[in-house]
Design a protein around this ligand. Sequence first.
Ligand code: NAD
Length: 299
Amino acid sequence: SQPAVGFVGLGNMGNHMARNLLKKGYPVVAYDISQESLAALKKDGASVAGTPAEVAKGVTKLVSMLPASAEVQEVYAGKDGIFSTVQKGTLLLDSSTIDPSVSQDMAAKAEALGAVFMDAPVSGGVNAARDGVLTFMVGGPEGSFAEAKELLDNLGKNIVHCGAVGTGQGAKICNNMLLAISMIGTSEAMNLGIRLGLDPKLLASVLNTSSGRCWSSEIYNPVPGVVQGVPSGNDYKGGFGTALMMKDLGLAQNAASSVKANTPLGAAALQIYRTMVNHGFGGKDFSSAYLFLQEQDKS
Ligand code: NAD
């Protein structure tokens, strides 16, 4: 039988990931500050704990999926945190998108306790989490990667070892910075073309057979009605929130400052997503950049 796995953070992504572990026969010991999320997972067969410390007491493998750096610090190193009870030899995999320097700090604290902490942020949205086809970008000791991959293979289809701890976050942050830039670029091009009198579907098909083509234009077009089954066609509900994109762009700017890399378009993208958050777009999918541009044009 499979070993028990701890799981902390049962939100939009984590609840699916924990359920996939249950489906694959792993006993899951779960914790979330939301009693509602905990109760739902208990119904599906998980046992529940009262604190992260209680989770860590009973397992030697643990996955966390939390919003941001502060929650990761709290869950691992805070009061009743994982580090207060973690057993020697435990593998800790954090799939949250956070500051790489926080991942490095958590890894050093884990190492001092005889445990291994690896950053393992993901790409792929809620549907990929549900279907178990996420991409994991893993940072940490080479010698622990095989054990990490064995567990993450149950949750994803592409598990990549990026290098030392923090490099998984680095890869993730670069991807999302590029995604934000391309989403804003696609929104600008679509808005301009539509205002020049072009039909949105026709314009998208020209872009997608030309050199402007990208994931945002082809798979996740921000103009309602161009692509079926994406948030733009559903009032920008669901998907990847504008507030989370703003967080990731902030991480990219901090990382860029730490190595003095020039990222002028990344900086502009952060400003645009921050302005969107301040105009009430925080809960909408990040493709609402198009809606925001349109509204600005009108005002
Ligand atoms: P979410 O806000 O839906 O879920 C976070 C969960 O953590 C919630 O259930 C919350 O109750 C819980 N939580 C918060 N503080 C806690 C604490 N102190 N102790 C225990 N539980 C706590 O977020 P999400 O959409 O699941 O995203 C999680 C992470 O994955 C984020 O870092 C996000 O940037 C990243 N991510 C999200 C997506 C996506 O499409 N949603 C895709 C890729 C990566």
